[in-house]
Design a protein around this ligand. Sequence first.
Ligand SMILES: *Cc1c(COP(=O)(O)O)cnc(C)c1O
Ligand SMILES: [Zn+2]
Length: 427
Amino acid sequence: MAVHTVASSTSSTVDLGPAAALSCRECGHRVPLGPVFACEECFGPLEVAYDFSAYDTDTLRKRIEAGPASIWRYAPLLPVPEDVADKPNLNPGWTRLVKADRLAAELGVTGGLYVKDDSGNPTHSFKDRVVAQALEAARAFGFTTLSCSSTGNLAGAVGAAAARAGLRSCVFIPHDLEQGKVVMAAVYGGDLVGIEGTYDDVNRFCSELIGDPAGEGWGFVNVNLRPYYAEGSKTLAYEICEQLGWRLPDQIVVPIASGSQLTKVDKGLRELIELGLVEDKPYKIFGAQAAGCSPVSTAFKAGHDVVRPQKPDTIAKSLAIGNPADGPYVLDIARRTGGAVEDVTDEQIVDAIKLLARTEGVFAETAGGVTVGVTRKLIENGQLDPSKTTVVLNTGDGLKTLDAVAGTGLTATIRPTLDSFREAGLA
Ligand SMILES: *Cc1c(COP(=O)(O)O)cnc(C)c1O
Ligand SMILES: [Zn+2]
């Protein structure tokens, strides 16, 4: 694959802002910036390492606050060129942090409860944050096709980002996804390929394609561009803290699919502490899964360090990764911070979607039902402290998973007369 060799051997010309190198999360081995994702020494996952040494805290804070109302206000902390906001991209992020007082009352939270509502992103899920980073890496490495394996939301985010940037896209999904997600992925005009198998089969297929001439010049956002892609989740942590007035929350509940988002939320919080942008204090990170795909919570509860793969069977399809790449790191973070990983049944997910909608007017996709449901369960278990500031992530829009609440509908059907209205008991 000529393009890979060229890219990694000329990394000094790659401008990805403060990104200095890739470093192995297992052994620390460093390699130049390039479209690689596994350590050549130990096969561990590579992640972006930065040089933040030039930053002065006050100058950085002012620069961020004066920045655009998108993730690009944090460009100095991301693997992107400084002028990223001027290039055609979806400018995601800076979504609302909803102070959820009515939900708090229902759940018995007294310390302040917030919902970080990422349904407000351009393609209505958190995935726009991560794809925006991968897009910049793809540009830097000269890729002409943007691709991914997806549980649904990523497909739409990649299709839209590629359309806006003028790149070709070709994305791969399990063939039996929700209709809303298929349409949302297809409408941007790229190629959308259904694979007969689970997400894990799709992922395996993509890994094969990367090694094949057919995949040459392709940037797979969550495979060969994964180190860059993953950094986008740090922006959730940045935004939450800035929106809280440059304060760390005490507790944060994050959904787990591959586990990438959770590990990078932690990385983002630690960076803010190291940069002096927030006061250093303990925080707890909680992971949320669906019972029908709960490899990480099962390992957490059993006290295991390894995550045994499962075959997913849940309505929370956006989280249905049975063999989560970052599972062991999630376990580390939950244990190190004093958090936990918990799961809820499909029925509890639906109840939680309705609870959030009824109390706060926020219509979450199933992943949001998972985090809200898990928050409720963690409070009942005594693992989440209701007297502390708590942030729950809603990472997607309920319109994408209408089937989950299909039983919800009309209160009554009446004739267009007042009598009929009264007869229905609605007066
Ligand atoms: C992808 C996704 C996540 C998190 O995915 P990770 O692989 O754990 O980073 C969470 N919520 C939604 C709605 C998603 O689409
Ligand atoms: Zn290594």
